[in-house]
Design a protein around this ligand. Structure first.
Ligand code: ADP
Ligand code: GLC
Length: 508
């Protein structure tokens, strides 16, 4: 069936490596768990596809076997799989889990003990092939195939090369979203055989980069439209400093590339209703509310019980991207003659960085705390209990923690890159006067610049409580819910439709 107009209520298939609450290692999971709900509220019909990791059984939500089985070609073999189904919580949105126990029934999602699974190419090629087959097997009438990050990077290629002209697939346009350009799904060239696509696609404009198969580049090459998760990052990744070797490709595709800032799911991240806090609060009761959470953090982590000491938090993956080493440099300098407290919630990451954080905590247990591993309750408690959230990221495509911090009246101190630059307004006489100041942003210059911004924040925290209260209030009153960005995605889907048709005309 040929269609001339984009469907105003599109059926959108999300394919990704993770989605909260089923499986999550970072912000990608938050986005894939929340954006479909916001789209559904606007009349779109989303459906989500994920691998059936062992992890998905941990969240305790009902999951049923759909009774659909299939085989897909992977290299020279036929690999069998099946489909399970659940729902995104508080919604009627179907989540299909692609079942293939050899690939996905493992302790980790992408790997274990900070080492990626050696067969990740095969695992995610299988995911993409399974998704394409499922569309037909389930009779889904998909308008938009929305692939996220390298795990789903093969989807746009499969769509364009193998499926576009088949019945059930003709109305599809595809959109590819880059959440983090550092992770590209690079594999040795022989893994091209796993994809089942012809070697002629293994060239520098399509699937090859620096001699390797590159699944993120594949997504960029075959997408009808490309988005990333903030405006600034969309520009940054077209430069060598942020492009991780793909800036040329991104410049080449810049006519279809744009940025949409992430939102937050305020049914989960909301201090007025958050069940993980000792006391709920709004902007009217922020002082008491945050004090209760701060006390709980200090109690649970062994920090000295001091309501007045400024508490700075870091929440995230311990990787170079996040600039934890810069925090440690400032901490080392400050620890002697300031009452500042530091709390780290450290999920996945580099063992060497974790060791450094642990060493600081062991040396000053009353002033430095580290909570290791992934803890949803601690992430919420710390976001509420801290006075300051530190995000000195070297690059940050969007960042969700600073958005949670704003919502919880925790003042972010951030490096002005990517989504951090787009979402935090630096405090100055002018921004205080017009009521837009929400935090502190600093430019390039490493730990020194972070230290300067943090010093200014502490000065206001201690000496100008009325200014500090205004900063909190400004942040809390902002609306970073998905409603704004969901409209932008609907517009992106519309544009993708026209871009695809323009392309189809050129092809013809
Ligand atoms: P990224 O996706 O690069 O890791 P984001 O700021 O976009 O960064 O998202 C991070 C998400 O992961 C947030 O929801 C944050 O609360 C969560 N998170 C990170 N580390 C942990 C942890 N150790 N425990 C619980 N949640 C964590
Ligand atoms: C990535 C980025 C982060 C972004 C998240 C969700 O993991 O590192 O900045 O917020 O994806 O888009």
């Amino acid at each position: 069936m040929l269609v001339d107009e984009p469907n105003p209520r599109p059926t959108v298939l999300f394919a990704a490596g993770e989605a909260f609450p089923f499986a999550k290692t970072g912000g990608l999971g938050d986005v894939v768990g929340a954006l479909p709900k916001a789209l559904a509220e606007r009349g779109a019909r989303p459906v989500v596809f994920l691998p059936a990791y062992r992890e998905i059984r941990r969240c305790g939500l009902p999951i049923v076997d759909v009774g659909v089985e299939f085989t897909v070609p992977i290299g020279g073999k036929q690999v069998a799989g099946g489909l399970l189904r659940g729902k995104l919580p508080d919604s009627n949105i179907d989540v299909y889990f692609v079942r293939q126990d050899d690939y996905y029934d493992r302790p980790g999602i992408y790997g274990e003990k900070n080492v990626a699974y050696a067969d990740n190419c095969e695992r995610y090629v299988f995911l993409c092939r399974a998704v394409m087959e499922s569309i037909r097997l389930l009779g889904l009438e998909i308008d938009v195939l929305h692939a996220h990050d390298w795990h789903a990077g093969l989807l746009p290629a499969l769509h364009k090369i193998e499926y576009r002209d088949r019945p059930s697939y003709e109305r599809i346009t595809n959109v590819f979203t880059v959440h983090n350009l550092q992770y590209q799904g690079e594999f040795w060239h022989w893994d091209m055989l796993l994809t089942g696509l012809d070697w002629r696609y293994f060239n520098w404009r399509q699937m090859e980069a620096f001699g390797k198969l590159n699944l993120l580049k594949t997504g960029l090459a075959f997408a009808d439209a490309i988005s990333t998760v903030s405006h600034t990052y969309a520009l940054e990744i077209q430069t060598p400093d942020f492009g991780y070797g793909l800036d040329g490709m991104l410049r080449y595709r810049s006519d279809v590339l744009g940025g949409i800032v992430n939102g937050i799911d305020d049914t989960i991240w909301n201090p007025t209703t958050d069940v993980l806090l000792p006391k709920n609060y709004s902007s009217a009761t922020v002082a008491e509310g945050k004090a209760a959470s701060k006390e709980a953090v200090q109690k649970q982590t062994g920090l000295v019980r001091d309501a007045a000491a400024p508490l700075a938090a870091f929440i995230g993956r311990l990787v170079e991207q996040k600039g934890v080493d810069l925090i440690l440099e400032v901490l080392d300098e400050w620890i002697v003659d300031s009452d500042m407290q530091w709390a780290f919630l450290a999920g996945d990451g580099e063992p060497a960085l974790l060791q450094k954080v642990e060493r600081a905590a062991a040396a000053h247990p009353d002033r430095v705390a580290v909570v290791k591993g992934y803890s949803e309750p601690m992430a919420h408690l710390l976001t509420a209990g801290a006075d300051i959230l530190l995000m000195p990221s070297r690059f940050e495509p969007c960042g969700l923690n600073q958005l949670y911090a704003l919502k919880y009246g925790t003042v972010p101190v951030v490096h002005a890159v990517g989504g951090l630059a787009d979402t935090v307004v630096n405090t100055s006489a002018a921004t205080l006067a017009d009521g837009t100041a929400t935090g502190f942003t600093f430019g390039d210059g490493g730990a020194h610049r972070l230290g300067e911004s943090l010093a200014l924040a502490c000065e206001l925290y201690r000496g100008r409580p009325e200014v500090w209260a205004a900063l909190r209030r400004n942040g809390m009153e902002q609306d970073w819910s998905w409603s704004r960005s969901a409209d932008e995605y609907l517009e992106l889907y519309r544009q993708a439709f026209y871009l695809a048709h323009r392309q189809a005309t050129v092809d013809a």
